[in-house]
Every structure is written in C-alpha cells, then in structure tokens.
Design a protein around this ligand. Structure first.
Ligand code: SF4
Ligand code: SF4
Length: 479
C-alpha cells in the first residue's frame, strides 16, 4: 500500500500508486480546466516581500507531463523559467566530478565499470595522485567537487574515501581551495554515513537509476546494488545519520520516463514527509556511450524535447531543489536547459580515473563519453555572455546552512541576499586568478551590471568592499 511516510521502499515508491498516477494522467491529459488549475497552483506568489512556491504533487506533475498540447507546453516552459528566476536568478553553480577509483563489484548493465567488463583498465588513485588531480582542478578554478567511486569494499573501503576527502580539503595550491566535497558512493550503512558526515561532506548523492523494481533487478543482476530496497532506502539512512543534503537522480533511458518521473517526485515527497526536508538536488543524466556500453541497446531513450519537458516540470514540481546537468549533455542542450530550471552544471569534466592531471583527455577509464568538452574558462565565458552568473559559491555549507536551515532560508526567499553577492564574489575570484583576458573583461562588466541591481544598500556596500579586497589579493569572503 502507498504510504509516503513509510520506511519501506516498496511503500513510499509504490508500484500501484505509480501505475494509478499514470492512468490518472492519461485520463486527464486533455482536461484543460484541471491543467489550468495545476499550472496556477505552481505559480510563484508574493507574500509580503517574499516569493513563495507550492510545488506540485507527483500526480499533478504527471498530468502536465502527459499533456501534449503545444500551448500548455509553452506555459510550462515560461513558468519553469519564471520560478528559476524567482529563486535562482541568473546564477548557475559550477562543479566538477573527481573519479577516485573504477574498481566495482556490481553488475550494472549500463555502466562500463561493471565487474564483468574485463577490457577496461582498473585504476585507483593513491593519495599523492589525488593531490595532483586536486591541484589540476584548483588551477582551473574549481571550488566544488563531486567524488565518484565504484563499490568495492576491498579496493575502495569507506576508510579510503574518508582519507581522500581529508586529502582534498587539505590542499591549498596558490589561491586555490576545494571548499565543498560532495560524495557519490554506493548505498551504505548509517554508521558509514555518520563517518562521511564527520568528514565534512557537502551533499550525499546517490542515483536511483530506475524506480521500477523489476527493471532495477534486471539492470543490476549481481553485487550488493542488486538489492532494490537497500538502495532505495539509502537516503533515509543517510538522513538518519545526520547528512542534511542529499541528491537524487534517475538515469533516463533505462525505464519509461513517465514512470521514473512519478517515482522521482514520490521519493522527494517521502523525504519531505519523513525528514521535513526534500532533496537538496536532483540530477537528470541520460544513458551515454562508454567502453562496452551501447546506449542504443536501451529502448527507453528520450529525445531532447522530452528531456526539456522533464527538466522544466521538475523545476515546477520541486522549486526549492537544485537541478544538475552534467557534461553528458551537449553545449547546445545545456544552453536550453539553463533557462528551464537547471541551477548547477559541471564544467571541464574528465570522467576517467586520474584524468585531470594529464595533458590530453584520457579515454581508457572513462565512465561515459563527455559531450560538452569545453574548458572551464570557456564554460564561464559562455555563461557570462548569455547573461548568467557563473557561481563557485559554497557558502551555505561552510556557514552551516544545510538541510532544514537551508530550506527555511530558501522558502522565505532570504537566500537571495546570500546567493547573489556570493556568486559575484566567487566569480570575481575566478576572474582574478584563472580567467583569460576576454573572460575577465566580460566578467567584470557583468559584475558591475549585477551590482547595480542590488537595492539592499548594506549588502551592496559590503559586496563592493569585498570585491575590492579580492582585487588586492585577499580571498574567501562570503555572505
Ligand atoms: S554504476 Fe556505480 S555501482 Fe554500477 S557498475 Fe558503475 S560504478 Fe559500479
Ligand atoms: S549562498 Fe548557499 S544556496 Fe546560494 S549559491 Fe551559495 S551555497 Fe548555494
């Protein structure tokens, strides 16, 4: 039976409820009175000085996903953009993945690191190699990383991950520093999540891959990840252990996207219901080509138009959750998605183990093919010239604004007074330390324009002071 507050995976991601939802969505796909009501419910509203949004339930959002009317699609895109502007402004947060090890004992059929793949070289970074990778990332200008490892208790035990996090935080090369380490490792125990929390991780990210239990079991035939319930309940264990910020994700292409979309929103509703805080982020990767993986073998692949609609509806349904898009996607589709609700992008990613410290992008241990191959300076330049503020901000985590504290600031709209100046501060640091001349000029012009729109005089004055301190060589200011 469906129960969003249950601790059992099959009750909070309930198959019958998803099937009922899809049926209800189909029956109402042309019920324009209902659709209009749903769209109006999702509109941002002004309450005093603050802007608020209610979001949508999985049923409501599924009706919009099912609707094929062009005018409605147009309204969906406009609304997604409006919500994005209301809560995230023009800011786009930038991060990079860091692959520590591709040893893995699981059998995931869509990932080249699966155990049965004997052609891919296996590699695990030493602490010295991690140091070289981090220096290379810092020299590009990165401040925020997402750690990635396969699941292997012998080669990548939790102690290895913890030691690696410590190494990463300890490296200060020139003006560089990694200020937030998010972690994407296999589902684990409450005890291990507590250790990750103590190590100072940012977000704990774990992709569900698919919410469809039967497909999940077929796609994960061997290894500990084959246990659907243990994997699906991982976020509950992480939050029980005190990790406030968790990141969900579906690998689109594995199952029917309408099923996944409903499951993803039900997962968010479950966390909100049990812990009072929804997911911090949602990632929306699509299956990509890699070593022994052919994406054409997966019959549920989605085209760009469907993908855009999913992103826009995610923005509308969970307005306070960040949406992440990686370099799996091309620069063209990324350019469209940042106007439909995406709030974080990876930049200059290398998806191989030890890829950053090598002059040429290595392909031998790549987890997936990178579509957007621009340098970080090129990504920053592109964002600036499309009137977005590239942000390397990590302030909330460092100020202890995580979980419900973060969400309550977010929901009362007060976060705006932090995000905007922090984005400008961290962009200024990038321009001073890592940018090419063209990016620096364009960035400084953008900072001036975005400074002019701040009407809170106290914030503005403090920001101007911080920016001038950065020009003098000082670093790490934050609101
Ligand atoms: S998806 Fe993760 S768990 Fe599965 S094979 Fe790849 S690295 Fe291993
Ligand atoms: S101030 Fe907080 S929410 Fe805003 S960009 Fe920085 S870390 Fe994110």
């Amino acid at each position: 039976m469906y129960n969003k507050s249950s601790s059992k995976a099959e009750e909070f991601i309930n198959n019958e409820e998803i099937l009922e939802t899809l049926k209800y969505a189909k029956e109402n796909k042309n019920n324009f009175e209902l659709i209009d009501k749903i769209l109006k419910k999702a509109e941002p509203v002004k309450v005093g000085k603050q802007t608020k949004c209610q979001g949508l339930t999985h049923r409501e959002a599924s009706v919009l996903l099912e609707c094929e009317d062009k005018n409605i699609l147009d309204r969906i895109y406009k609304l997604a953009n409006k919500i994005k502007q209301a809560f995230y402004g023009d800011r786009i947060v930038i991060f990079a993945p860091l692959y520590l090890s591709n040893y893995c004992i699981n059998g995931c059929v869509y990932c080249p690191y699966h155990r049965q793949n004997t052609t891919i070289p296996r590699k695990k970074l030493t602490q010295e190699e991690i140091k070289q990778e981090v220096i290379a990332l810092q020299d590009m200008g990165h401040k925020r990383l997402a750690l990635e490892t396969g699941e292997d208790p012998v080669n990548n035990p939790i102690e290895y991950v913890l030691e690696s996090i410590k190494t990463i935080y300890s490296i200060k090369h020139k003006n560089g520093a990694i200020r937030r380490v998010n972690v994407n490792i296999a589902a684990t125990t409450v005890e291990n999540y507590k250790k990750l929390k103590e190590a100072g991780i940012g977000t704990y990210i774990l992709f569900q891959e698919t919410y469809h239990k039967e497909s999940y079991e077929k796609l994960h035939p061997t290894g500990p990840k084959a246990n659907y319930a243990y994997h699906t309940e991982a976020m509950d264990r992480a939050m029980t252990a005190g990790i406030d910020d968790v990141g969900l994700g579906v690998l689109f292409g594995l199952e029917r996207y309408k099923y996944e979309f409903a499951g993803l929103l039900m997962h968010a509703e479950h966390l909100e219901s049990v812990f009072g805080v929804g997911p911090h982020t949602i990632s929306v990767p699509r299956v990509k080509r890699a070593d022994d993986i052919d994406p054409d073998k997966f019959s549920n692949g989605i085209d760009d138009e469907t993908f855009k609609k999913i992103v826009a509806l995610t923005r509308i349904a969970v307005p306070y959750t960040g949406i992440i898009i990686s370099t799996r996607e091309s620069k063209e589709i990324r350019a469209e998605l940042i106007n439909l609700g995406v709030s974080q992008v990876s930049g200059a990613s290398r998806t191989s183990v030890g890829g950053y410290s090598q002059a040429e992008r290595p392909h031998d241990t790549e987890q997936f093919d990178v579509s957007d191959q621009r340098t970080l300076d090129e990504v920053v330049n592109w964002l600036i010239k499309s009137n977005h503020i590239p942000s390397f901000c990590t302030a909330c985590y460092r100020e202890g604004r995580t979980g419900d504290r973060f969400m309550s600031l977010c929901k009362t709209g007060q976060i705006q007074n932090c995000c905007h100046p922090n984005a400008l501060i961290t962009l200024k640091e990038f321009l001073e330390d890592y940018a090419t001349e063209d990016t620096k000029n364009a960035g400084n012009k953008l900072i001036q324009e975005k400074l002019d729109v701040i009407d809170n005089q106290t914030v503005k004055e403090r920001l101007i002071k911080n920016l001038s301190e950065i020009e003098k060589g000082n670093r790490d200011f934050r609101f």
